[in-house]
Write a protein that binds this ligand. Structure first.
Ligand code: ATP
Ligand code: MG
Ligand code: FE
Length: 347
């Protein structure tokens, strides 16, 4: 089955052509970073407009690279939520109307299910069941995954998402937007022992997270260390290293706890923060010690992309699910509300 995937939930326009037999044939990504950089965060209306500008040219490019035309498509998957309502509507109206015009089915995909299944695009794929750590700009969740659509929430952040905390800490130090990758690059030159940052909520039972206190700890260090409002470059790197170590330790402690609690051995990391090298290293070591394995998508499929939406949508379309002609997007949408799909041979 030849699927077109469309991702427009936030500030990335992602397009992919995926074939259930041959795998991923082509994908394109346009990031709106430059559009939003001067505002220090995503401006929703600008995001919607940019998706309108970019979606069609990217679809043409991806189809051409895949060696197909629009007429060859057999299904369309678009992100139905969660995300920015205007941005979601661009992908949904495009995907839905394209499918209607071609008389093929369309399916609205849950953005976080897309992230969660992204490791399935790689050669080294996990078998169900597994524990997933979803760490992105808007979510930090530990999920028990029994199969596609069979999700049990084990724990989540009570305040900021991990990616959001990275971005805010970076912004406080004047790093360019989006700060997560910048902060982690700077951390490589820093001393992770110079400041003592907390590992929030690790010394009590449970699998929930809280990252706002860590942000405050970073702010306190920044204020203390700044001379005439300016931080020395080495101090910035040291704060970055300490901050990153604190987030990664906290995530690793909770992942270990989740594996022990569920008795599972395999862990999936997905979402933008999953691109973080230290996090990957620490989780690889931790799972190995437990006799398990960690799985993650290639770095470019950790952040938003069309390939993960095409893959997730393809599984649901193959199982006979599709979304009706009414155009609806779901800006807030708990992943646990998704329906399971009957056990089918996954592609
Ligand atoms: P959500 O998926 O929850 O709706 P989102 O789509 O905005 O949110 P993603 O695109 O999955 O989030 O990820 C973006 C986030 O990942 C940003 O907060 C960014 O700073 C963070 N991020 C990306 N690379 C790294 C890295 N190497 N280290 C730390 N954080 C990173
Ligand atoms: Mg993004
Ligand atoms: Fe995302």
């Amino acid at each position: 089955m030849l699927i077109l995937g469309l991702e427009t939930s936030c500030d990335e326009t992602g397009v992919a052509v995926y074939d259930s037999e041959r795998g991923l044939l082509a994908h394109r990504l346009y990031s709106q970073i430059a559009v939003h950089a001067e505002y220090g965060g995503v401006v929703p209306e600008l995001a919607s407009r940019d998706h309108v500008r970019k979606a069609l040219p990217l679809i043409h490019e991806a189809l051409a690279e895949a060696g197909h035309t629009v007429q060859d498509l057999e299904g369309i998957a678009y992100t139905q939520g969660p995300g920015l309502v205007g941005a979601l509507l661009v992908g949904a109206s495009l995907g839905r109307s394209l499918a209607w015009g071609l008389s093929i089915p369309a399916v609205g995909v849950h953005h976080m299910e897309g992230h969660l299944l992204a490791p399935m695009l790689e050669e080294n794929r996990p078998d169900f069941p597994f524990v997933a750590l979803l760490v992105s700009g808007g979510h930090t969740q530990l999920v028990h995954v029994a199969g596609i659509g069979e999700y049990t929430l084990l724990g989540e952040s009570l305040d900021d998402a991990a990616g959001e905390a990275f971005d805010k800490a970076a912004k406080m130090m004047g790093l360019p937007y989006p700060g997560g990758p910048e902060l982690s690059k700077l951390a490589e030159q820093g001393d992770a022992k110079r400041f003592e940052f907390p590992r929030p909520m690790t010394n009590r039972p449970g699998l929930d997270f809280s990252f706002s206190g860590l942000k405050t700890a970073a702010r306190t260090a920044i204020i203390k260390q700044a001379v005439d409002g300016v931080l020395a470059e080495q101090t910035k790197a040291d704060i970055s290293a300490c901050f990153q170590a604190a987030v990664v330790d906290t995530l690793a402690i909770k992942c270990k706890r989740a594996l022990k609690q569920t008795g599972l051995k395999n862990l999936v990391i997905a979402g933008g923060v999953g691109a973080n090298k230290l996090l990957r290293q620490q989780l690889t070591e931790m799972t190995r010690k437990l006799g398990g394995q960690v799985f993650y998508p290639r770095a470019e499929f950790c952040t938003d992309n069309g390939a993960m939406i095409a893959y997730a949508g393809c599984q649901r379309l193959l199982a006979g699910q599709s979304t009706d002609l009414s155009l609806s997007v779901v800006p807030r949408w708990p992943m646990t509300e998704l329906s399971a799909i009957n056990a089918i041979e996954l592609t």
